[in-house]
Write a protein that binds this ligand. Structure first.
Ligand code: SAM
Length: 218
C-alpha cells in the first residue's frame, strides 16, 4: 500500500477512532509524512500503531499519543510552542504546521542535528533548535523567548519541572508525562490568572526525561 494510503488509515483507525477531533491536529497528521522521520529500513512500519526506534536508544512516539498530547495542548496559529524532546523531529513538524513558532530542545546532539537537517529540507522556517537539557526550558537560548503559550514535553519526568512552569504564559498549557520511571500519567497543567490547574489524562510510557530537573543518567 502507498505511504499516503497507510497514513490515511493510521489517522482514521488509530487517531479519529480513539476520539481525536481537533481539525488542525488531523490536518497536520495528513500533511506530515511520518515515514520520512524513521530509518529507511523501518519505513514499512512507520504507520503502525506503536513507537519505533530512532537510534541513540530513543523512540518516535506512537502516533495516537502524539495526537492526544496535541489535542490536549490545543495549539493555535498565533502560538509560540516550546517542545522538549525533539527526537526524530516528527512532532516538531506537526506543531510547526499549526503554531506560529516552535522552539525545540533535544539533549542528544546527533538527533537534533539530524532532525534539523530534515525539517529544513522540508521547508519549515518557523522552528528554532537547541541542543541541551530541556528541563530548564529555553533559558539562555537564542532567539530570546521567556514565555510560551504551549509547552509539550515528550519524555517522562518524575514531576513537572519548575523551570517549565515558570516559562508558561498566563492562559498557557503544558502537557507532560510524569510519574514513575517505567509508567506515567499524561498531565495537563493550565496556567490561570490566579494559579495553576492540573488534570490527568490516562496512563502512558515514555523514555525518561534526563536532566537537571528530570531523572539522572541511566
Ligand atoms: N516527539 C519525538 C518524535 O516525534 O520523534 C519523540 C521524542 S522521544 C519519545 C523523547 C526524546 O526526549 C528523546 O529523543 C530524548 O533524547 C529526549 N530527551 C530526554 N531528556 C531530555 C532533556 N532533558 N532535554 C531534551 N530532550 C530530552
Amino acid at each position: 500500500m502507498k505511504f499516503e494510503d497507510q497514513r490515511k488509515l493510521m489517522i482514521q483507525q488509530q487517531i479519529e477512532r480513539r476520539g481525536i477531533v481537533d481539525p488542525r491536529v488531523l490536518e497536520a497528521f495528513y500533511k506530515v509524512e511520518r515515514h520520512l522521520f524513521v530509518d529507511e529500513d523501518a519505513r514499512h512500519l512507520a504507520y503502525n500503531d506503536s513507537p519505533l526506534g530512532i537510534g541513540s536508544g530513543q523512540t518516535i512516539s506512537q502516533p495516537y499519543i502524539v495526537a492526544l498530547m496535541m489535542e490536549l495542548a490545543d495549539v493555535q496559529p498565533d502560538h509560540k510552542v516550546l517542545e522538549i524532546g525533539t527526537g526524530s523531529g516528527y512532532q516538531t513538524a506537526l506543531l510547526a504546521e499549526i503554531a506560529k513558532e516552535v522552539y525545540t530542545v533535544e539533549r542528544i546532539h546527533v538527533l537534533i542535528e539530524r532532525a534539523k537537517i530534515l525539517l529544513q529540507e522540508l521547508g519549515y522556517e518557523n522552528i528554532f533548535y537547541k541542543s541541551g537539557d530541556g528541563t530548564r526550558g529555553w533559558e539562555g537560548s537564542f532567539p530570546v523567548c521567556k514565555e510560551f503559550d504551549r509547552i509539550i514535553v515528550s519524555a517522562a519526568a518524575p514531576e513537572v519541572p519548575a523551570s517549565l512552569i515558570e516559562q508558561l504564559a498566563i492562559g498557557g498549557k503544558l502537557v507532560i508525562p510524569a510519574g514513575q520511571r517505567s509508567f506515567q500519567e499524561l498531565i495537563l497543567v493550565e496556567r490561570k490568572e490566579n494559579g495553576y490547574e492540573e488534570t490527568r489524562h490516562g496512563g502512558c510510557t515514555f523514555v525518561p526525561l534526563i536532566g537537571e530537573e528530570g531523572w539522572h543518567e541511566y
